[in-house]
Design a protein around this ligand. Structure first.
Ligand code: URA
Length: 209
């Protein structure tokens, strides 16, 4: 079973509360999502491998550390995942960014991929899908299916708010994937919105409602 990590740092919890408020403007919402994604990025990369490296300071030689192991690729799931990209790139500017777009087929209600553009060496990277809301898990599961079909073997997801139902579904479908969230909310409602949640993350990010 994959790990569930709740990044409950006080700064993240404080910012998340403002994010939830219905009167928070789109501009503030975007800034908060960026900041929360930056802070969560520390946690999702906490166990990255390091190796020793010799450097020379103006005073002496010393041994420092540099990140070794797999390079990182972030994959925002369109459209709300885009809101997290600047935040994670603020912390890891050299990471590559792929994109996956999914829509829900109105007849089968299953997620269908309509766009996928990933780094060429995607299968060699640690891939971190980004989606602020982990609701039913359907989209995230389909995105992970797609990544695995391209040979990706190392995946951990970054979500701001998750419903217990979505976490369970992802853990069941992909037991090798760790899930990093800022908060686990109460439940999904009949329209598959997270309660209490924050509403539609895409609409709130981009002011489309
Ligand atoms: N997507 C959202 O943007 N909000 C939810 O509550 C669920 C899915």
């Amino acid at each position: 079973m994959g790990k569930l990590v709740v990044t409950d740092h006080p700064l993240i919890q404080h910012k998340l509360t403002i994010l939830r408020k219905k009167d928070t403007s789109s501009m503030e919402f975007r800034n908060l999502v960026t900041e929360i994604a930056s802070l969560m990025c520390y946690e999702v990369t906490r166990d990255l491998e390091l190796r020793d490296i010799e450097v020379e300071t103006p005073l002496a030689k010393c041994t420092g550390k540099e990140i070794s192991g797999k390079k990182i690729g972030f994959v925002p799931i369109l459209r709300a995942g885009l809101g997290m990209v600047d935040g994670v790139l603020n912390i890891i500017p050299g990471a590559r960014v792929g994109h996956i777009g999914m829509y829900r087929d109105p007849e089968t209600l299953k997620p269908v991929s309509y766009y996928c553009k990933l780094p060429k060496d995607v299968s060699e990277r640690l891939i971190i899908p980004l989606d602020p809301m982990l609701a039913t898990g359907g989209t995230l599961i389909a995105a992970i299916d797609e990544l695995k079909s391209l040979g990706v073997t190392s995946i951990r997801t970054l979500n701001i708010i998750a419903a217990p139902e979505g976490i369970e579904a992802v853990q069941k479908a992909h037991p090798d994937v760790d899930i990093y969230v800022a908060c686990v909310d109460e439940k999904l409602n009949e329209d598959a919105y997270i309660v209490p949640g924050l509403g539609d993350a895409g609409d709130r990010l981009f002011g489309t409602k």
